[in-house]
Ligand binder design. Sequence first.
Ligand SMILES: Nc1nc2c(ncn2[C@@H]2O[C@H](COP(=O)(O)OP(=O)(O)OP(=O)(O)O)[C@@H](O)[C@H]2O)c(=O)[nH]1
Ligand SMILES: [Mg+2]
Length: 361
Amino acid sequence: MGTSCGIIGLPNVGKSTIFNALTGGHAPMAEYAFCTINPNHGVVTVPDQRLEILAELLSKKNPIPTRIDFMDVAGLIKGASKGEGLGNKFLDNIRTVDALIHIVRGFHNQDVVHPTGRINPLSDIEIINTELMLADMQVLEKAGDKTRKMAKSNDKELLKRLDHIDLLHEHLNHGKMLKTIEQSWDTQILLKELGLITHKPVLYIVNTDEDNVDSKIINQVEDYSRQTGSECLSIAGKIEEEISELSAAERSEYLKAMGIEHSGLEKLILKSYKLLNLITFYTLTTDLQAWTITAGTKAPQAAGEIHTDFEKGFIRAEVFHFNDIQTQGSEHKVRDCGLLRSEGKEYVVKDGDVIHFLFNV
Ligand SMILES: Nc1nc2c(ncn2[C@@H]2O[C@H](COP(=O)(O)OP(=O)(O)OP(=O)(O)O)[C@@H](O)[C@H]2O)c(=O)[nH]1
Ligand SMILES: [Mg+2]
């Protein structure tokens, strides 16, 4: 499916630092604003304990985890929707992502310039969200003008479209992001088709100092996230970036010594997964592989993630659950206990299902 997240925020908040930590990448980071001009892309594997347990129980080497794409883009400043800073170029980059990771500055380092002179998490967030809303309004105004011209012939479909466009515009005009609008099927299509930004789910990340973490900033952003139906997480970006440079063994030793189960980055990946309402299922052919789908996906569409032929020629799915094999200890026992089920086209895949698809091409 290619799940993707765009990393956004003011200039110099540590977007590239966190991106590098996540992806093990080497995007340039600097204490001056607009260090990033062209977007950086990176792929992150989703940490998955169940996959490791399955690999052990099924004696499969090198299981293939599922992945999320991350994109680090240029910083956004006030007036971006009118072309200030790197303006619209930046905004176009995030029209296609599934979710936004909005980084908020929570570290105090004087050497790193803050674009407005001082840290104020809520007004920092507002600057970005206002620009995103203005950008969406511009898109809707253009789409509205075009549709109005075409609808002169009183075409019912076009008039309906115009109503939806006006409804979305009106919502933004009240200073509300589109994610808070009640979505009918028609508006959902429009949101996607026009590449509108403010309906995308948001995960706010407070990038904190390594020590003397400012809990006031974190609390403010947490409250804001709760009120706006978003998720929130705080991480010390710079430390995470340094940890990510370590070898896997050194990293786990370090985390153990610090008494931490998941690194901040693992938490970030898992939260992104939750934010997007994603679940994992597994297939077992030559390789053991994890796949990502949206919760609620039916068996044929899940099969389509692997190959379009699997969906077209879907016959049935043989399914057992991760918990079954974990309790029984082997695939044989799962079969012997009658826990392997045969499911049809209407079956809604569950998180943790292990599936063998039967199809006909
Ligand atoms: N002390 C401290 N410094 C940080 C932290 N995260 C980033 N920095 C520093 O802040 C500066 C900006 O970081 P970048 O990652 O380049 O920021 P950015 O948001 O990508 O900036 P632009 O691409 O210019 O928009 C760099 O000098 C980083 O070393 C942090 O958690 N703590
Ligand atoms: Mg950058």
